[in-house]
Design a protein around this ligand. Structure first.
Ligand code: ATP
Ligand code: MG
Length: 450
């Protein structure tokens, strides 16, 4: 602060300084324009408190990157040389979380700041009980602490390894992240193949960031991906779900999923993607689902992960259903079994949590009910708690040409129409061959739209 004041009084423009040993550049605010006011107050409270207690503390990762390209950060992360226990002792509302990496969550109001202790570099592990790799080189546990330099080396991409000190308003840049931001380039830190072997998820992250930031992936960073893509099969399915959800909720899901496919990374994630995208309806359906997701997020609306995965797996469900039908199974039981087949196949690669199963199955099962437009059935469907999700889903099917556009339009009108219009819209009930009397069933009286 004092240094800054003196600079202001003297009106000097400080230039970037490079620390020869660590290759770290200190870039003054005059060169990057990121001021303290742009930082979330809760994050400032965390860095100020840690610094006042004598520790180093910086804003790091996505927040610095996004602010430098004038995007609104999703969250603010802090890196410090205080241990998780030392951090926890400084903040009343805080708790230590995580096993693979121990972190502290500090809360103020509705905000949560993730505070991580500087990590040691992978190469300088003295204590191999704290960092454990499996036989493919993947790091399965990692709790060795280091300094700022080693922390920077352990981050994935240069643009994610920028540290911002709110008290001096300087950006600390170890690997040319600021230049890469200016050149719109995503570049991994260190030897690409080694970094992907340590953590194959970094390959998916490359696709996500390239899509989200609209950056190109540097050639050296991209080159080993095709060959190493299968390493994603070693990643625990629950972690695959977490990373995939980040990608789908990035606001650029459409671009990111196509980027995954372009890099050949989808085999271990959505094995059916190739088959779906090769087929006109499938391609239109997936693209419409992802595009709608992006639009909703950009408009500040919520997106349901169950709806998203129900969309991504819809065509796989169709294939499984047809397999069972061709074996002579009856349609409805075959559909129910096919839903389980689809969810179980998916779980071995990328584990959609079981708590989403119920909603996904409801969305899928409701689809056939949208085809029933006679008698009391449409009225009953309107009152179903998942009507909205089922309706949004049928619109996607209509948009992709899988079903007639007219069916979607019928439901759009029916939901909001008055009672007489609704009654006039009902289709004639087909005469049941088994029980001709069914046709004469009474129509229900008024049912409100949900
Ligand atoms: P977003 O805005 O999408 O959250 P982010 O960069 O903040 O992007 P996070 O997944 O929140 O991404 O991770 C925070 C930071 O932690 C990253 O910027 C990066 O520096 C580091 N990081 C996260 N995951 C990895 C990883 N698998 N390998 C190395 N560094 C990682
Ligand atoms: Mg983040």
């Amino acid at each position: 602060m004092i240094k800054k004041l003196i600079r202001r009084v003297l009106g000097k423009k400080p230039a970037a300084k490079t620390d020869k040993k660590s290759r770290m550049q200190r870039i003054p605010v005059s060169e990057h324009q990121l001021t303290r006011e742009q930082i979330l107050p809760c994050a400032l409270k965390v860095t100020d408190t840690l610094q006042d207690a004598g520790y180093e503390a910086y804003i790091v990762g996505g927040a610095v990157r996004d602010l430098l390209i004038a995007k609104t950060p999703k969250d603010f992360d802090v890196a410090t040389n205080a241990t998780p226990e030392q951090v926890r002792d400084l903040f009343r509302r805080s708790r230590i979380i995580g096993r693979r990496f121990r972190l502290v969550h500090v809360l103020c109001g509705n905000d949560t700041i993730e505070v991580s202790t500087f990590r040691a570099s992978a190469a300088s592990e003295e204590d191999d009980t704290k960092q454990i790799t499996d036989d493919t080189g993947r790091i399965v546990r990692d709790n060795v602490f280091g300094d700022l330099t080693s922390d920077a080396e352990r981050r994935d991409f240069t643009v994610n390894a920028l540290y911002y000190d709110p008290s001096t308003e300087e950006v600390l840049d170890y690997r040319g992240g600021l230049a890469d931001i200016r050149n719109k380039t995503l570049r991994i830190i260190g030897d690409p193949a080694t970094r992907y072997r340590e953590d194959p998820v970094r390959m998916m992250r490359a696709a996500r960031f390239a899509a989200k930031l609209d950056f190109r992936i540097d050639e050296t960073t991209r080159a080993p991906i095709a060959e190493l893509a299968d390493l994603l099969n070693n990643v625990p399915p629950s972690r695959m779900f977490d990373e995939m959800l980040k990608l789908l909720l990035s606001g650029h899901a459409l671009r990111a999923v196509h980027q995954l496919r372009a890099e050949g990374l989808h085999h271990g994630i959505l094995p059916m993607l190739d088959t779906i995208l090769e087929q006109e309806h499938g391609k239109r359906f997936i693209n419409a689902a992802l595009h709608n997701t992006d639009l909703r997020l950009q408009a500040g609306k919520s997106v349901s992960p169950a709806f998203l995965f129900a969309s991504l797996l819809w065509h796989e469900l169709q294939i499984n259903h047809h397999k069972r039908l061709s074996r002579g199974e009856l349609s409805i039981p075959a559909f129910n079994e096919a839903m389980d087949d689809t969810l179980n196949q998916q779980r071995s690669r990328l584990a959609v949590p079981r708590r989403l199963d119920g909603m996904m199955k409801e969305i899928w099962s409701l689809q056939v009910r949208f085809e029933q437009r006679s008698g009391s059935r449409p009225y009953r469907l309107l009152t179903h708690p998942r009507f909205r999700a089922g309706y949004d889903f049928i619109l996607l099917r209509a948009e992709s040409g899988e079903i007639a556009a007219e069916l979607g339009e019928w439901w759009t009108t029916f939901q909001t129409a008055d009672e007489d219009t609704r009654a006039s819209m009902l289709l004639k009930e087909p005469v049941s061959a088994v029980n001709p009397k069914r046709r004469r069933r009474k129509k229900p009286t008024v049912v409100a739209a949900s």
